[in-house]
Write a protein that binds this ligand. Structure first.
Ligand code: HEC
Length: 275
């Protein structure tokens, strides 16, 4: 893609991240200038995901929600309260406080609900990005994922419930059902498969499964929005003509445990760009 085209995409992302709707009240001017500086930096880096990382960092640190709490002071992603570094590449994982396995988005939503007092029902109403709206969990996941840039994927498989999640994920991946009798394997279980121009990674292999991790959360060029793996999973359930699972559900956690652990050992490069 050409540089100007990229710039337009990044500009769209900037507008969304900054909430620019044409007219700005004078008080917002400084913020816009600051966001514009971020935009410039993004052009240099060519990675619009960084805008969402910056937005996510703000959200992570701010006192928010009915309980006016900051996630940085309350939320344990598995590495200690407030610790972001290395958390992303170690999820899904078992969390003793809730006695269950959670993927990163689920854990973040759990923290937003438990400590900040947000309503899970409200968050689940429109969980995916659209052109005019990026849900807070998406920016937060992007920020947290950035904290694992350059680290090895190390999805734990020690706790029995972590192994159980993996086994369930492997089963969901292989089960054929629905009107077309498709499974994930139908599209992602062989090397060199494609639909139209899109290569379909063989996610059942160690190398192939990296595709389920690398570049996610990703700024999607088709549509110009930021998406996490929750969206990718739901979109593939839809492609499979299965009913879409609920937001931050057990089946998604299980699938991500399976795909993530299969990719263990690869180096994660941080939030990226997807076609
Ligand atoms: C009908 C075919 C089809 C089925 C069935 C399907 N997918 Fe997909 N999947 C796709 C397509 C198409 C893409 C997008 C590829 C692209 O944009 O390059 C994709 C992309 C993905 C990606 C992202 C890969 C990347 O390179 O970023 C993951 C992860 C994924 N699918 C997982 C699954 C899982 C898990 C299931 C089962 C619940 C599933 N898919 C079922 C067609 C399918």
């Amino acid at each position: 893609m050409s540089r100007p085209a990229r710039s337009i995409m990044a500009l769209t992302a900037l507008a969304l991240a900054a909430g620019v709707h044409g007219q700005q009240p004078p008080a917002a001017k400084d913020r816009v200038t600051a966001d514009f500086e971020k935009f410039r930096a993004v052009l240099e880096e060519d990675n619009p995901a960084e805008l969402f990382e910056a937005k996510g960092e703000e959200l992570w640190k701010a006192k928010r929600g009915p309980k006016k709490a900051s996630l940085a002071e309350t939320c344990d992603l598995g590495m200690g309260v407030g610790v972001v570094k290395g958390a992303y590449v170690r999820t899904p994982r078992y969390y003793p406080d809730v006695d269950r396995v959670m993927d990163i988005e689920r854990r973040i939503v759990h923290c937003m609900v438990t400590y900040q007092g947000f309503s899970e029902k409200e968050l689940a109403k429109k969980p995916f990005s659209s052109l005019d709206r990026t849900p807070d969990p998406v920016s937060l996941v992007t920020y947290v994922a950035g904290g694992s840039r350059g680290m090895k994927i190390a999805v734990p498989q020690k706790h029995p419930k972590e192994r159980e999640a993996y086994a369930i994920g492997a089963e969901i991946f292989a089960v054929r059902a629905g009107p077309w009798d498709f499974s994930c394997t139908t599209c992602h279980g062989e090397d060199g498969k494609r639909i139209r121009t899109q290569n379909l990674p063989n996610l059942a292999t160690h190398d192939g499964s990296l595709k389920a991790y690398q570049g996610w959360p990703g700024y999607r060029m088709t549509g110009g929005v930021m998406h996490t793996l929750q969206w990718r999973m739901n979109d593939c359930f839809r492609q499979q003509r299965f009913p879409e699972p609920g937001y931050v559900s057990d089946s998604i956690t299980a699938l991500l445990a399976y795909l993530g652990a299969t990719a263990n050992g690869h180096v994660y490069k941080g939030p990226g760009i997807k076609r």
